[in-house]
Design a protein. Structure first.
Length: 116
């Protein structure tokens, strides 16, 4: 393990002494529209997500072998995580028209984190 690698279970999973919460989401993507999806992600989705109160961090991931994408966002409170899901659900009709299937959303407590 490198000396600049930090692994803290619990201590860094809290913000101001309170637990943070994540939203784990799974989407089915129309791969014929990948370029359009990536542009929308950079120009609309990420900037909108950053503006939602309580946003801490986010990761958008793509499975190159399947028509699946996964998103992990971290929020200051469970209520903020649930509010984010409502924001995403409001955009569902637009996403579905763009070839995005909304498969699942799960709110989870962050219990540890690691950064390099």
């Amino acid at each position: 393990m490198s000396t600049n690698t930090r692994i803290d279970a619990g201590a860094n999973a809290k913000q101001g002494g309170k637990s943070m919460y994540g939203v784990v989401a799974e989407f089915t993507m129309d791969r014929a529209r990948d370029e359009e999806h990536r542009r929308a992600l950079q120009e609309e989705v990420i900037p909108t997500t950053r503006q939602v109160p309580g946003f801490v961090s986010g990761y958008w991931m793509n499975d190159p072998t399947e028509p699946k994408s996964y998103v992990l966002t971290v929020w200051g409170t469970e209520e903020q995580a649930r509010a984010f899901i409502r924001v995403v659900e409001e955009r569902r009709p637009r996403g579905e028209q763009a070839g995005v299937g909304y498969d699942s959303f799960t709110v989870v407590e962050v219990i540890g984190e690691a950064h390099r």
